[in-house]
Design a protein around this ligand. Structure first.
Ligand code: FES
Length: 132
């Protein structure tokens, strides 16, 4: 069920919303799914030196990282340290910093510069077709 439909129905007529959920086999009390745009949309809204949450081509949660020189990468959106969302982090001096405990990662290699035994759970993918 789309979030727009859910919002309209829960405000306009809660009982109809409950019936619609019943018909669709959905839990009316389920939390809203987090909204993650596709990578291209996230990238379009991601200025240099920032990070954004996105949905990968396979439906996986990813983080789009744009370093200060404009180079963009797609990385898994789970920190290898404790699973924190890397999309909540930030970019500092070309490094992706996890907001949860502050570990720093090289977005081009996935290597953790704070703890040498850690690296991102999948190799970063550089986005080469980024518009200027
Ligand atoms: S979860 Fe990222 S640094 Fe701990």
């Amino acid at each position: 069920m789309s979030d727009r439909f859910r919002n309209v129905m829960t405000v306009a007529e809660p009982s109809i919303y409950a019936v619609a959920c019943d018909l669709l086999g959905e839990d009316p009390n389920a939390p809203e799914a987090p909204r993650r745009p596709p990578v291209a949309q996230a990238l379009a809204r991601c200025p240099r030196g920032s990070v954004a949450a996105a949905r990968g081509a396979g439906g996986e949660d990813v983080a789009v990282v744009v370093v200060e020189d404009g180079t963009a990468y797609v990385v898994p959106d789970a920190c290898p340290h404790d699973g924190g969302p890397l999309s909540d982090g930030f970019v500092d001096a070309g490094r992706l910093v996890c907001a949860r405990h502050g570990l720093e990662f090289e977005p081009d290699t996935g290597r953790c510069v704070s703890r040498s035994r850690l690296c991102l759970r999948a190799a970063p993918r550089r986005i080469v077709d980024r518009d200027p």
